[in-house]
Every structure is written in C-alpha cells, then in structure tokens.
Ligand binder design. Structure first.
Ligand code: ZN
Length: 437
C-alpha cells in the first residue's frame, strides 16, 4: 500500500477545503487505474494558532507506486490549492506502508502533532530529508507537518496512552457530501426537517448531526467551501445510509473518510504540576470559588489543588458553549471535578468535565430546636443560643444544599463541539455520562 499525506490545501477566503483535495486525488488515482483503499481525515492539535478550529490533515491510501502517487498529488496541489494565498502552505508526503527509512519517527508523529506544537523544521522537515521521503512543501512548508502526521496516522494512532493497543483503534467515520462547483458560496439547500429526522433515526450510531437544544443542523457548515453536509458516526454503514437519506440540492460527490474525530485523542491526563500551554489536558481538582458569569456571558470557575502546592487553574466555558454554561454555573466551591480542555494563556477552555464529588452541605447558623428560629451568636467562640428558649449550640451545623448536578460527565452541546472531542454518547468514560444531543 502507498500512503500520500497532504495538508493545508485550503484557503480561508476562497473556499478550498483539504478534504475536497483528498477526494479529488482519490479520483485521479482511480482515473489512472489505481485502487483507493481508504481516505483518512486526521484532526491535529486544535491549539495550533495559525490554523482554524479544524486543523485537518488528509491521507489517501492506494495501490499505485509511491512515485506515481506522489506525482499525482503534487500536480493536483499545483492546480487546485490556493498557493497564492500566503496563509496557505500545502505539503505532500508519500511513502510505502512500511513507513520508509524512519518508521518509528513517522508513526509517532501524528500523536505528537495532535498533542504538541511541533517545530516544522526540526521535528518534520529534517527527518523527511534524512529519511529520503518523497515530499514537497509549498510556501513556508508548514503543511509538511500535517502531511507527515497524516502519512503516519494509520500506523501511529493505534497506540493508547498506556502503551501499544490491545483493542481495535478508535477510528470513526464521516460521510462528506460536496456541492456542485457553481453553487459554492451560495446558501445551501438542505431539508432541515429531514436532517433532524435522520439524526433521530440513526442516533447514537451517528452523532453531532444536529443540536436539538439550539435547533441547529450542525452537519451543514456555514463556511463558503464545497462541503454540503457531513455525517459523523461510529459506523460506516450508518453514516452512509444517513447521508443518503437527507434531501438537498444536487450532491456533486460523496466520500467516506476514516477519521479520528470524536475520539479525545488530544487530551492528556496530567497532574496539576504538569500543565503546559497549548496542550489539552484532563486534570482533577477542587472548585475553590463559586463560578462567576462575566461580560460576554462567559462562565469562569477556578480549580484548586489542595493536595499540593500547584496554585490554581482558571477554567472557562465560553458563551458559544450555550447550555453547558448552566452546568458550570451549577458547580460550587468544594466540588471535586475532572476538567478537560485546552490550556492557553493560563486558562483551561472547558470541553467537558466530570463531577467526582459534590458538596452536599454547607455550614449554617443552627436553628433553635424549640421555636425553629435562627439562633444568635453567643459571642466569640461561645457558640449560638436562643434567648427566648434558652437553648444553645456549640457551633455551626451542616445544612443540606440543593444541587442541580449529579456525579458524572457533562459536555458542551454538539453546536460547540471541537472535531476531535469525544461525544459522551460514544461511551467508554470512567463515570456516568449526561450526553448532550
Ligand atoms: Zn427558640
């Protein structure tokens, strides 16, 4: 098998799209008599600053010789990529499925590109040259990072945090449909009711198709690119059948990608002292102040780490996370939680959190057992008393508080989900889940 990785063929302004370039490359492979085994859509570190939220890289797996597949890919990029846009810096890398002269480097690269910020020169270009890989970068060559990571993804994303994988790799699927060329940039004609019906019919084998709370068809993008809609799920047959069932303007082509979307591969479980900027973490601590809503509707909570001396970590649920903010607002000082999200500028941007321990009581002034009124302070360290009934108490008592949260995982709604973030409905979490749909 030959693997061609490509990245950054899209333009922010003119509506190209990396997935579309990969689909076209697959067509060209077939046009010259090759067989396409699969198309991979790999979501890399969403914190990479020069990228939009998507940060996607692609790989085409086929049976053409490496040199021929590489030529087809570079010709295609020359023709279609927006290389005149200086923010578009495509890259193409081709190798056999033995991963060439430095297989360990290439297989490790996708995991690193998902979780770290790589140096394009040191981490990528130098090993490409060193290993004699077929590669080409346009512009500043930054696309070589994603192209190389995508080339190593099929082999490299099979490792879990704890070591080599013992169970099947967590790949998911997306069926993408594309618009006819002359419609790009115009409003998409998709039957919204049909989208909601299909989303219900196939849930939970497909997910993040719609946001029922917001009434939004999440699978239909708002950007000016060629994508008409994309159906995501755990099951290839389900995403294809669901996509087929949606009524819309003519579909120019439909392609199924194997992806790492919806997997949480970007999250690393860390101790409080290990938090670094521009990485996405899972970290457990205690809420140290009741959450606060600030200007713009963003909700802030602060985690403390009472067991150590690691200071504190502000966490934020931004306004676009909508009803998720109510879950964050429902937290109270003293709750123990695991927070997940990317850390930048010293703040964790919440994607999901797990309530581990809820504070169920709070200290309160005791009530008189005879008349039921609140007691008064009897003076410093003298406890409380009721003057009328001459009853007394030694100190404050613990009063139950009503809580709007339960133990377990809460998440942002589908309308605010990052591509790589794992929807709770997919399962495999270490506590009860409260999925948004
Ligand atoms: Zn009393």
């Amino acid at each position: 098998m030959t693997i061609v990785g490509l990245d950054d063929t899209d333009s922010r302004t003119r509506g190209m799209c990396s997935t579309y370039a990969a689909a076209r490359l697959a067509d060209r492979v077939r046009d010259v008599g090759g067989r396409v085994e699969r198309l991979l859509l790999v979501r890399l570190n969403p914190a990479v600053e020069h990228k939009t939220r998507g940060n996607a890289a692609l790989a085409v797996h086929c049976d053409l010789p490496v040199d021929q597949a590489f030529e087809l890919a570079t010709e295609l990029v020359d023709e279609v990529a927006e290389t005149a846009d200086d923010r578009t810096n495509p890259g193409v890398v081709a190798t056999g499925d033995d991963l060439g002269a430095r297989p360990e480097w290439l297989a490790a690269l996708p995991r690193r590109a998902i979780r770290e910020i790589l140096d394009p020169e040191i981490d990528v270009r130098a090993p490409l040259v060193d290993g004699g890989y077929r590669h080409r970068g346009w512009g500043n060559g930054r696309g070589l990072v994603g192209a190389s990571a995508a080339a190593g993804a099929w082999a490299g994303l099979g490792e879990l945090e704890s070591g080599p994988v013992a169970s099947p790799v967590d790949w998911t699927y997306e069926r993408l449909t594309y618009r006819e060329r002359d419609r790009w940039g115009s409003d998409r004609e998709v039957d919204r009711d049909a989208v909601f019906e299909v989303a219900n019919e196939y849930y939970p084998r497909i997910w993040d198709t719609v946001d029922r709370g917001e009434g939004e068809a999440v699978c239909v993008p708002n950007t000016p690119g060629p994508v008409l809609y994309g159906i995501r799920g755990d099951d290839r047959a389900a995403v294809e059948a669901a996509a087929e069932a949606i009524e819309s303007e003519p579909v120019a082509r439909a392609v199924t990608f194997v992806t790492n979307q919806g997997t949480d591969q970007h999250l690393q479980t860390v101790e409080p002292g290990e938090i670094e900027a521009n990485r996405a973490v899972r970290v457990t601590g205690e809420v140290i102040e009741d959450p606060e809503t600030r200007e713009g509707g963003h909700v802030f909570a602060t985690l403390g780490f009472p067991d150590g001396e690691e200071g504190s970590l502000p966490c934020v649920a931004f306004e676009p996370t909508k009803r998720f903010r109510d879950r964050v607002r429902a937290l109270r000082a003293g709750d123990r939680v695991t927070a997940c999200g990317e850390v930048s500028d010293g703040t964790l941007k919440l994607e999901k959190f797990a309530v581990r321990d809820l504070r169920r009581t709070e200290p309160a002034t005791p009530e008189c057992p005879d008349c039921g009124r609140r007691m008064e302070s009897a003076g410093a360290d003298a406890g409380y008393r009721c003057r009328d009934c001459r009853t007394s108490a030694d100190g404050k008592v613990e009063r139950p508080i009503e809580r709007d949260l339960e133990a377990g995982w809460y998440e942002v709604p589908p309308c605010a989900r990052r591509h790589i973030a794992k929807p709770l409905v997919r399962g495999g979490f270490d506590a009860a889940t409260h999925p948004e749909r």
